[in-house]
Design a binder for this molecule. Sequence first.
Ligand SMILES: [Ca+2]
Ligand SMILES: [Ca+2]
Length: 443
Amino acid sequence: MKKIISVIIAALVMLSLCAPAFAIEYAVDARVKEYLVAPSQYTNNGQFGKFIETTLTQNGNTTSLGNYGGYVVYEFNTPVMNDPKNPYGVDFRISGNAFNGALTTQEPGQVWVSQDGENWYALAGSEHFENQTDWNYSVTYKNNGTNICDYVDSNGESGAVSGRIAARYPDKDFYTTVEIPDDEITLGGVCLAVQRTPSMKNGIQTQFGYVDAYPYKIDNIAYNPYIENPTDEGIDGQFDISWAVDENGYPVRLDYVNFVKVQTATFIDGAMFGEKSTEVSRVCMIETGEKVSFTKSAESITVNGQEIEITDGKIGYDISELCGGEITVSVNADENSSVYINNLRSSERTFESAPDKGIIRVIVQDGEKNPQIIYLYTDPDSQAPETETLIGNQIFDRTETPEEEEPAPDPTPEKEGFFKRVFRAIGDFFVRIYKWFGKTFFC
Ligand SMILES: [Ca+2]
Ligand SMILES: [Ca+2]
């Protein structure tokens, strides 16, 4: 027994010696500015409901944001750069605790970014432009003095907040960074789905662009968000600042951000598991690559048979004249590209009618390159921009850098045929004779 104990102590000493090395590698230069766990089984309660700062440490520590609207705001001391050298365009990672990508396991959190902490832009994940996604949903949680809050939402639905154990009103003493009124608090933002009937089937499927949707990995490597089979192979929490959009869903250009917010984006009763609540386990920066490179494989997009040429510097296209009823969008890109049309990974998608939000986003991505992002506007009355609206200072040159050409291999001398060799030998012979005569008789 003593031997076992001494081995354990030795192992612990070894681990404690190793820890600082990992801490340096994965430390994030940021602080928690605000944190609130919305009424849920984790509110005012234990590890999952309190120690959010641990998500900034090297190995992370699972912490919950609670029910819909619960959130954390990180303030970075060093800006997070939207650096075109980042593989796949991924600029940072925030992981949750999902153990697979199944719809019952996913608990997606919406990510927002800001330069000043006041003006926020959503990073549009795969579901952002789908009809069922509500960009302006809110829930007012009411403190009734019991373990289960009441609520009323922006759709006028109301009742008791369902919870497996409890859905407590947040206590001021637990969440000191947020002003919490005594009687009720309203939390709003993006909501991906509302399902308040308790059922094991109350799940949600996202493809990319949310926290706590896929298994996580503890490292600082960027993984491709657009892979073919994310349900089996997706890695949680890859974020590209180039997904940023304003309140109308129009693209904005942010070359850096100083604040990142994660917010539970569902109001779903998951029956025996309790409410769906986004967990945050770890924030990390990613290793920047060597080379700037952009995907530009889509030269054109066909909408209902009409080809639209994609021109340099223009990412927004008005297609409203082509949108009478059904809309079929075909992306003419390299066959090896990953192509997303809103939340569908395919180079073609048919919409029964124009999407409610008036926007179809096309993403094309090749190899490790930054994606090509194109917006098609279906609403004739929209004032949609043809380019991204620049926020703050422009830092990076986004024009495409040509691929470095592979050095040409040394030319291999062609093997000469038999007759060619004979003729060359005869020619060389006469040249030598000619030179010999010249030297002998004329010099
Ligand atoms: Ca990026
Ligand atoms: Ca989770």
